[in-house]
Ligand binder design. Structure first.
Ligand code: NAP
Ligand code: GDD
Length: 332
């Protein structure tokens, strides 16, 4: 039986990845953080099948002993302070988790279990202001503390591969969403708000920059790509993306459409009204803007597709519909 170890197992991706590995017969170990409230909501349905241990990637001693104890065949470092806007408010904390935390994982594997294959959760955010479409050869110009910390982890992963022969790979994943997405990321914020609007519990959703463009896929498809990357004979760095781009405004449109609430935009004011009731359903507020924005992300994942045959299975419309339906179903 193969053993996998996941940091960040309680997050969106960790939960889908754990499900996928379990369904292939893996023994799945996960590192969870001590919290004053429950943080296992995304993995409660598989809780009994997992082997969980408390730990934190900033704590080298803990991570090192977990790696030595488990000696996993595969390790996925998904742990991160993953919110870009928060990283402007907590840059040093973000660096210690996303940069030094990743270094701790690399050192632990190098020292205690060098045969372990390692996957590092790198991100399209590292491209920052580089023009799209972005591929593995596009220069990286990080625009946020989060992106800069992740870029350090990306380079250290490459460096440990080259210097010490570790099977360590970067997946450079573009935005991926799901009904399990954290509620402060824009897609989930929108779909949760729409469900509450439909139920008469909220009148509008207040957003920041509606013109940012992202390449949005489904997290379920992207964890399959992670497994293909780590499963490759030779380690390497791979972009994972749908190749299609939409603006935040287009996501808003598609989500209201999926909920059956027709909206009409007033572009000059960045607002949208309910076509039936004339109430404002979307407005903007500068408190949701970032000090520096990434305007346009669109990935070219040709390298991964050619090497493994990976393709995203979920269309943009299906993703939006699944998220809206899930949130509509859970509003009480
Ligand atoms: P997420 O939902 O925010 O999950 C982050 C996970 O990391 C959670 O389990 C969290 O634990 C854990 N964590 C945070 N700080 C930690 C620490 N110091 N030690 C141990 N665990 C810690 O993120 P996600 O969307 O699943 O993304 C997974 C990874 O992929 C992240 O590294 C993210 O930066 C990266 N990524 C995400 C995307 C995307 O679009 N989703 C794209 C590219 C890259 P709690 O549950 O206790 O908070
Ligand atoms: N969160 C948020 N909230 N974003 C908003 C809002 C709002 O109210 N209004 C507009 N946006 C815009 C942001 O300015 C950004 O341009 C875009 O919506 C997407 O924001 P997020 O959903 O927060 O995601 P992100 O692109 O900043 O970061 C995500 O994707 C990265 C990969 O490119 C995160 O998952 C990162 O962890 C990941 O690395």
């Amino acid at each position: 039986m193969k053993r996998a170890l996941i940091t960040g197992i309680t997050g969106q991706d960790g939960s889908y990845l754990a499900e996928s590995l379990l369904s292939d017969g893996y023994e799945v170990h996960g590192v969870i953080r001590r919290s004053s409230s429950f943080n296992t909501g995304r993995i409660d349905h598989i809780f009994d099948k997992l082997k969980l241990v408390y730990g934190d990637v900033t704590d080298f001693a803990a991570i090192s002993s977990i790696v030595a104890e488990v000696e996993p065949d595969e390790m996925y470092n998904l742990a991160a302070q993953s919110h870009v806007k928060v990283s402007f408010e907590a840059p040093a904390y973000t660096a210690s988790v996303d940069a030094v935390g990743a270094l701790n994982v690399l050192e632990a594997v190098k020292q205690r279990s060098p045969k372990t294959r390692l996957y590092q959760a790198s991100t399209s955010e590292m491209y920052g202001s580089s023009p799209s479409p972005q591929s593995e050869s596009t220069p990286m110009h990080p625009n946020s503390p989060y992106a800069a910390a992740k870029l350090y982890a990306y380079h250290m992963t490459r460096s440990y591969r080259d210097a010490y022969g570790l099977h360590a790979s970067n997946g450079i994943l573009f935005n991926h969403e799901s009904p399990r997405r954290g509620p402060t990321f824009v897609t989930r914020k929108i779909t949760m708000a729409i469900a509450r609007i439909a139920a008469g519990k909220q009148d509008r959703v207040v957003l920041g920059n509606l013109d940012a463009r992202r390449d949005w896929g489904h997290a379920r498809d992207y964890v399959e790509a992670m497994r293909l990357v780590i499963g490759m004979d030779a380690p390497g760095d791979y972009v994972v993306a749908t190749g299609q781009q939409r603006s935040v405004r287009e996501f808003v449109d598609a989500a209201f459409h999926a909920a059956g609430i027709p909206i009409v935009w007033n572009s000059a004011r960045d607002t949208a009204r309910d076509a039936l009731t004339d109430e404002v359903r979307v407005s903007t507020d500068s408190r949701y803007l970032r000090p520096n924005e990434v305007d346009s992300l669109q990935g070219d994942s040709t390298r991964l597709r050619k090497a493994t045959g990976w393709e995203p299975k979920t269309s943009f419309e299906e993703l939006v519909r699944e998220m809206v339906n899930a949130d509509m179903g859970s509003v009480r």
